[in-house]
Ligand binder design. Structure first.
Ligand code: B3K
Ligand code: ZN
Length: 864
């Protein structure tokens, strides 16, 4: 049945109406109990629409105990309760409702609303989880001042936390602890948070630019306090950076971060009380890789930056999600960039766009950064809304410059502080502050799909004019047939042997336009889309040797890397055309050899330049993905590099070895480079054995140890299994490290992995309730083991399908994320298509399939 034909509810952006009632104050009292938590909500409502007589509140899976209006009990004849609403006739313009409900946190395996896991209570309310706590106007444009009282067993749950400042804490006559929190900033319900548990605490303080002292407190699992210090330092760096770069200061007296093991995503920016997946807080050199450290700093920054872009100014409705997410991702990317290597940061962000986001555009789930139609909002926390959303903000930044952009931000806050607004309001502030006409630019908010930008060159030797013709076109997407030309800021430079010029930005507005270069030489090369100045697919007419020249000579580090990506794509096509006779060109091997002998100052960039693109990067450029060809090509490329450059790889490896374990930019980039070398070396099984063993056993930190495991896994080195056994022994009690082991097991590219998968779910430390664990196993299998997932016998698809059926009943949000690789079934050859389609049909036929999964599966089936 199609999405439209099912009687499931679909919401549309065009259906938005402003609320009939708003809420002035919300006083919540929680009497915590694992099975019967009693929630008393005392809420002061105000009528906004004089014609409205019925108050309609959202509520799900609630046991309603009692309802009072202005102190009077409301009897059952006077209100109606359905699966997801409570309706009540009200005469007064302002009134006080007291609603008592009971919920069971222990049974809440969806981890949305209030749940109990691993000994702690925790909430997750974005997007629509608050309605699982009490009946409420659970929409982001209703902002209220919250006061929260928590009552719980004092011994078991010594820490009772909620948003804002703690105003009272005492022990009741019955021996229970009662704590009261007050948040002076009006906020929508999605920013509400409550946490109760027993934790280690790590505290510090931060003095803001205006001299206010803010307490910073991290709460983490007992015994792990020392592992939160990097996150705490990152928070201080983020606070200082936001003051310096954006002029934004923190507003409450306290900023708390709680790390929990059971969490559906990375983290949540609840006002004054962030909740984090422990993976993005806990780190020390023994347990965390350089990538883990990087992610922690970036996510700590991201949630902190939400305090202004998200909390102080929030979204009018959920279709506007990119208002806060695109902007905040842009801000966290800028923060990371200012903290480390700008080029490598940019490369990594672009890889997310090119692989995951372009794939989403090409899938049945294609949507604009401001979606127009949604069944389950949780399905729209996507790479499109987040990462493409950040690219859209970045284009504004490129067009307006740092000063113009900051002027726009100031006007945005001046106009909208304390409000719930739209993406249009944001663009309007940018437009007004800079007096720039952004009407064409706004199309980025409503058009889905990836524009293709093609470039052709014509050089006229008699006039010495180089004419570059640019054409843009966006193919129809699953959600939208008609497309218009977009405004594309194209940063470019002419690579010339004779002169150096600064980069310029060309604003492309039409389907076809020309760039003219006078006084050009025949061998001048236009380098387009420096720093990936617009999220488009670039089709060029460069020859192989021209791409290598850009990779060698361009001044923009990103452009060098990008030219090499294009070069690799050409090699892949040549390989597919004749795999037996294919060898990598000597010119490429010479260039890689030069970089090994003389890496650039940015070692992390050199490491990136030395990489063969991965499966996801290669597959992005095919309408129909030749899975097996890509995988054999990648192995062949790596083996050839290993054979041709062995000595140079070994020397570079040895030169960049470091005994320092700490995470600093210098150490991390040395490790990136030498582990890149090690990856190639490991294809020579015998020659590299001693090296791999030595690095594994003498490794001072997790980065180096994990690198050995990854190398041996990819090159199918006989050391893989014995080292994995040792690793499991050593780390079986550390859940975060063990997740790495689970992932490596599930992404082993051999047939045996299917049996392994069975043993993994039987492993004593596996849990279907823990999203990190489920992702460690199944995300790794479905997304990082293409060869086995896409097996021709269909066993990979079947395994994922059975998993999804089971998981959907436990945690539909996690299930709906894991279904992603099945959605693009049209991009495989016929046999695989029919196997995947069959899997999707099985899912669709599940009688109790969740909205989360149903929305995606039905769209996928409709697409064929
Ligand atoms: N705003 C949260 C994401 C909520 C996801 C709800 N399914 C984290 C973030 O983007 O900062
Ligand atoms: Zn966010």
């Amino acid at each position: 049945m199609s999405l439209e034909a099912s009687n499931r509810q679909v919401k549309r952006l065009t259906d938005y109406t402003s609320p009939d009632f708003t809420i002035l104050t919300t006083k919540l009292t929680f009497e915590l109990d694992t099975h019967q938590t009693r929630v008393t909500a005392l809420t002061r409502f105000k009528r906004l629409n004089p014609a409205a007589t019925e108050l309609v509140l959202d509520g799900q899976q609630l046991n309603l105990i009692s309802l009072h209006c202005n102190g009077q009990r409301v009897t059952e004849q006077d209100f109606k309760v359905s699966d997801d609403k409570l309706r009540l006739q009200v005469a007064e313009d302002e009134f006080l409702l007291q609603i008592v409900t009971e919920i069971s946190p222990q049974d809440n395996t969806a981890l949305e609303g209030l749940y109990f896991a691993n000994g702690s209570y925790c909430t997750q309310c974005e997007a629509e989880g608050f309605r699982r706590i009490t009946y409420y106007l659970d929409r982001p444009d209703v902002l209220a001042v919250f006061t929260t009282t928590i009552i719980a067993d004092a011994e078991q749950l010594p820490y009772l936390l909620a948003n804002g400042n703690q105003i009272e804490s005492f022990i009741n006559s019955d021996g229970k602890r009662q704590v009261i929190w007050h948040d002076p900033f009006p906020k929508p319900s999605y920013l509400f948070a409550l946490v109760a548990g027993d934790f280690d605490q790590l505290s510090d303080s931060f003095t803001t630019v205006s001299g206010k002292s803010v307490s910073l407190v991290f709460y983490v699992e007992k015994g792990n306090g020392h592992r939160a210090s990097f996150a705490l330092e990152s928070l201080k760096r983020a606070m200082r950076w936001d003051e310096q770069r954006f002029g934004l200061e923190y507003d409450l007296d306290i900023y708390m971060v709680v790390a929990v093991d059971f969490f559906n995503m990375g983290a949540m920016e609840n006002k004054g009380l962030n909740v984090f997946n422990s993976k993005y807080v806990l780190a020390n050199d023994e347990t965390a890789t350089d990538t883990d450290y990087f992610n922690i700093e970036s996510i700590i920054g991201h949630e902190y930056f939400h305090n202004w872009t998200g909390n102080r100014v929030t979204c009018r409705d959920w279709f506007q999600l990119s208002l806060k997410e695109g902007l905040t991702v842009f801000r966290d990317q800028e923060f990371s960039r200012d903290m480390g290597s700008p080029t490598v940061n940019r490369i990594q962000a672009v890889q997310v766009i090119r692989t995951a986001q372009f794939a989403e555009d090409a899938s049945p789930m294609a949507h604009p950064i401001r979606p127009e139609k949604v069944m389950e909002m949780n399905n729209f926390y996507t790479v499109t809304v987040y990462d493409k959303g950040a690219e859209v903000i970045r284009m504004l930044h490129t067009m307006l410059g740092e000063d113009g952009f900051q002027a726009g931000m100031r006007l945005y806050f001046q106009r909208h502080d304390g409000q719930a607004v739209t993406c249009d309001d944001f663009v309007q502030a940018m437009q007004d502050a800079t007096e720039t006409d952004l009407s064409h630019f706004r199309c980025w908010y409503q058009q889905s799909g990836t524009p293709e930008l093609s470039m052709t060159r014509a050089y006229d030797a008699s006039t010495r004019q180089l004419r570059v013709t640019l054409q843009q076109q966006t193919a129809a997407t699953a959600d939208q047939a008609k497309k218009v030309p977009l405004l594309l800021p194209i940063r470019y430079q002419l690579l010339s042997k004779k002169r150096t010029q600064a980069s310029s930005v060309f604003m492309m507005t039409q389907a076809r336009q020309e760039l003219l270069f006078d006084q050009a030489d025949a061998d001048d090369l236009p380098v387009l889309l420096e720093d990936f100045s617009a999220p488009v697919k670039l089709r060029h007419d460069y020859h192989q040797d021209e791409l290598l020249r850009i990779a060698r000579e361009a001044s923009n580090g990103f452009a060098r890397w990008d030219a090499l990506q294009a070069y690799w794509q050409l090699q892949l096509r040549l390989y597919i055309a004749g795999p037996d006779s294919f060898t990598l060109p000597a010119a490429l091997l010479d260039l890689l050899g030069e970089w090994l002998q003389q890496p650039s100052d940015d070692l992390a960039l050199t490491a990136e330049l030395l990489k063969v693109p991965d499966y996801a990067s290669f597959s992005e450029t095919f309408a129909q993905i030749p899975v097996d060809d890509i995988l054999t090509a990648i192995s062949s490329f790596k083996q050839q590099i290993s054979a041709a450059l062995y000595t140079k790889l070994l020397t570079c490896y040895q030169q960049h070895h470091t005994d320092a374990s700490s995470y600093t930019e210098v150490n991390a980039s040395k490790r990136a480079l030498k582990n890149q070398c090690l990856q190639y070396l490991s294809w020579h099984h015998e020659a590299s054995r001693a090296l791999l063993e030595a690095q594994y056993h003498s490794a001072v930190g997790m980065t180096d140890r994990l690198a050995v495991l990854k190398c041996t896994q990819q090159s199918l080195h006989p050391l893989f299994e014995p080292l994995m056994q040792q690793f499991e022994q050593q780390w079986q009690h550390d859940v975060l490290v063990l997740d790495k082991w689970f992932s490596l097991k599930a992404s082993l590219p051999t047939k045996a992995v299917l049996d392994t998968m069975e043993t993994l779910v039987q492993h004593p430390r596996f849990s279907w309730q823990n999203p990190n664990r489920v992702r460690a196993v199944f995300h790794a299998f479905a997304m990082q083991n293409a060869g086995q997932f896409h097996r021709m016998d269909g066993a990979g698809y079947q395994l994922l399908t059975e998993t999804l059926i089971k998981l959907d009943g436990i945690n539909a949000q996690v299930a709906a994320r894991l279904v992603t690789p099945l959605l693009s079934w049209r991009r495989y050859e016929p046999r695989r298509q029919s196997l995947i389609k069959h899997a999707l049909q099985m899912l669709a036929e599940q009688p109790s399939i969740s909205d989360d999964l149903y929305e995606k599966v039905s769209k996928a089936l409709e697409s064929g």
